[in-house]
Design a protein around this ligand. Structure first.
Ligand SMILES: [Zn+2]
Length: 324
């Protein structure tokens, strides 16, 4: 038998908020102020609630009551998209007996990967700030200030003898991707950036800002360094996220979230792939406009001493007039 607490702990980090109640980021909508699981002593079971993505007030005629807090079967149907039969089989511990077995869980969601990644990132951060300044110098050459390098927990890894700058993508308190830039001088262009194994391509970099500062315009970049460049120069004016690749990040949940922003500036790279996928974002988001970088990307602009703040402000000005 699986209970709600065990299921939720596979997907999010919970902390105790009352004797019988735990809270943490919602595994579906990622909000940090709305997801709870609680234990009922009378029923002897755990149940869950998300004030945003779980409609507790919906009336269920077959049960003659409102939906209320969800049980374990509700949980896997809601959070893992299972049918009732699949959910029941999983919760009862007979998942192998159904024709469609449980949706495979990305490795990034396992507690093992989380703790291994956390441990590795601690070591990578210490190395970055050690006497061996290869990665730190590289990050500085890319135009980043030390406080940004520190705040976003950049690190320096050496894996099979290959030195890399590593940038963790941490959403709703869990690691989802670790971007790695190979720092060997002779590494060919197409092989410089590789994600560390085990992460997912489905998450936007810095996505938490979309929930924490809902009223700000959003800039969508392609890579983490461009996102950090924009955050550094005008993070007080806009939210910024990165897709992790021209073709990445176009999932319904991100589109739904971005559709709520006042304005979305699509700043994918100024190249053929960036233009092509930018056009797709524009088709899906009425509030989006293309903000084509004046060099290849926003980080190149920062390194070339362009005024990113001015550039973004100008774009917001003209978009404002356009959207009214
Ligand atoms: Zn939710």
């Amino acid at each position: 038998m699986s209970d709600v607490l065990t299921l939720a702990q596979e997907e999010t980090q919970l902390h105790k908020v009352a004797v019988n109640e735990m809270a943490g980021p919602c595994p579906k909508c990622f909000g940090t102020d709305r997801f709870r699981v609680r234990y009922s002593r009378e029923a002897g079971t755990w149940s869950f609630m998300c004030r945003s993505c779980w409609d507790a007030g919906q009336y269920l005629p077959e049960k003659g009551r409102k939906r209320g807090w969800g049980d374990a079967i509700d949980y896997v149907r809601h959070y893992r998209g299972m049918t009732f039969q699949e959910a029941k089989a999983l919760v009862d511990g007979h998942e192998g007996e159904t024709s469609h077995s449980r949706r495979p869980q990305p490795p990034s969601l396992t507690p093992e990967w989380q703790s291994a990644t956390h441990k590795a990132m601690q070591a990578h951060q210490s190395r970055l700030w050690s006497h061996d300044t290869l990665a730190l110098e590289y990050a500085r050459r890319r135009g980043l200030y030390d406080h940004i390098i520190k705040q976003f927990q950049l690190g320096y890894s050496i894996h099979h003898g290959i030195p890399s700058l590593v940038i963790p993508n941490i959403n709703a308190g869990r690691y989802v991707t670790v971007y790695r830039r190979d720092l060997r001088p002779d590494v060919p262009k197409g092989q410089r950036w590789k994600d560390a194994p085990g992460g997912t391509k489905d998450e936007l970099y810095l996505a938490d800002c979309l929930w924490l500062r809902k009223d700000l315009p959003v800039v969508v970049c392609e890579d983490a360094l461009s996102a950090l460049s924009i955050y550094q120069e005008c993070g007080d004016l806009v939210n910024v996220v990165a897709t992790g690749g021209a073709e990445c990040g176009m999932l319904t949940r991100w589109i739904a979230r971005l559709a709520c922003a006042p304005v979305v500036l699509i700043s994918l790279d100024a190249d053929a792939a960036g233009d092509r996928y930018a056009a797709e974002w524009l088709m899906r988001l009425k509030n989006a406009r293309r903000l084509r970088p004046l060099l290849k990307d926003a980080n190149d602009m920062l390194m070339g001493s362009w005024d990113l703040r001015e550039w973004v402000l100008n774009a917001l000005d003209s978009v404002g007039a356009d959207l009214v």
